[in-house]
Design a protein around this ligand. Structure first.
Ligand SMILES: Nc1ncnc2c1ncn2[C@@H]1O[C@H](COP(=O)(O)OP(=O)(O)OP(=O)(O)O)[C@@H](O)[C@H]1O
Length: 305
């Protein structure tokens, strides 16, 4: 039995004719990193904004430890958020931005230096935020989210604009936060970005929740195996693979990419059709898996964990 810290119950948001979030119900477990995954426009930001009281639901509820955000006396000390990298005034220096936030939420302003150091911005503490790159603004937004020492942190696409080193730094920081028993709810439109980070997933597509639960269960269920073949005669092998139920795509003069068949089946078919194999390699395609999970909603219902 796990403790739920964030819970959406029948959450719906309409913007005029646009249904941004449709009857979404899910829960986020305490002490875990949960990825909120969905293609662009799926309804992730809207859902997060409603949790944080920045937008009102048309119907349903978004609860933080059983209560809407409006009922928490100092919300920033319960739940830190980085939803928008434009959150800081461009003419304000990074350090002053944090001091101002600290003051607003009743935190010792000295924490501002500590937080800037934690997100790797000490050297640019005196620079105006308007001159920051997207990656620097992501770091500052994270510092703003964490300065209240919250139990929960909610981040909207925090890896956007970070280089590979920045991404692994961000992931390490979120893991440390989780390892202190805190909760992370982080959105992304890229499954690959989340793969080695999250414990759980909530997947949304076209405004509806299409799955939620343990990330490993999701990966196993939707990971599609792709078999890469290089062979003597692709023109002879491809029809035999299709006949056996595979989907094939030519790749270079001797290559075929096959989905829907395991590598052993491909090898046997190649033997039966007397085609010599030069290479046979099986890969898991998370990208394809995510596409399948979010496009073919009929195949997933409710919990996958
Ligand atoms: N303020 C608004 N007014 C009108 N429509 C909106 C508003 N905010 C969001 N929408 C629409 O609601 C839908 C969901 O948008 P949302 O930004 O929540 O998706 P998202 O999954 O966060 O996508 P992205 O990753 O592109 O930010 C989209 O069709 C979007 O155009």
């Amino acid at each position: 039995m796990f403790m739920t810290v964030l819970q959406a119950v029948g959450l719906t948001k309409r913007y005029g004719p646009v249904l941004a979030v449709s009857n979404a119900s899910f829960s986020v477990r305490a002490g875990a990193i949960t990825g909120f995954l969905g293609p662009n426009g799926a309804g992730k930001s809207t859902t997060l904004r409603i949790f944080l009281g920045l937008d009102h639901a048309t119907s349903g509820s978004a609860l933080i430890d059983g209560k809407p955000i409006s009922e928490w006396p100092v919300p920033a000390r319960k739940i830190g958020a980085a939803l928008d990298t434009q959150c800081a005034h461009p003419s304000r220096r990074a350090i002053d931005t944090l001091r101002w936030v600290a003051k607003m939420i009743g935190v010792d302003p000295k924490q501002s230096e500590v937080m800037l150091d934690r997100v790797g911005l000490t050297e640019v503490a005196g620079q105006r935020v308007g001159r920051f790159s997207l990656g620097m603004r992501q770091r500052l937004a994270l510092a703003i989210a964490l300065i209240g020492n919250p139990e929960i942190v909610v981040l909207d696409e925090p890896m956007n604009g970070l280089d590979p080193d920045g991404i692994s730094w961000m992931k390490d920081l979120l893991r440390q936060f989780r390892d202190q028993g805190r909760t992370v709810f982080v959105s992304s439109h890229l499954l690959a970005e989340m793969e080695d980070l999250v414990d759980d997933l909530v997947v949304i597509a076209q405004s509806r929740i299409v799955g939620s639960g343990s990330a490993s269960a999701f990966m196993q269920r939707f990971q599609v195996k792709k078999v890469t073949v290089r062979c003597e005669n692709p023109k002879a092998l491809a029809p035999a693979l299709v006949k056996a139920g595979g989907r094939v795509r030519a790749s270079g003069s001797h290559g075929i990419q096959v989905t829907g068949l395991a590598s052993g089946q491909v090898g046997t078919i190649a033997r039966d059709t007397m085609v010599a194999l030069y290479e046979l390699r099986e890969e898991r395609s998370l990208h394809h898996a995510f596409a399948q999970a979010t496009q073919d909603r009929s195949s997933i219902k409710g919990e996958v964990g």
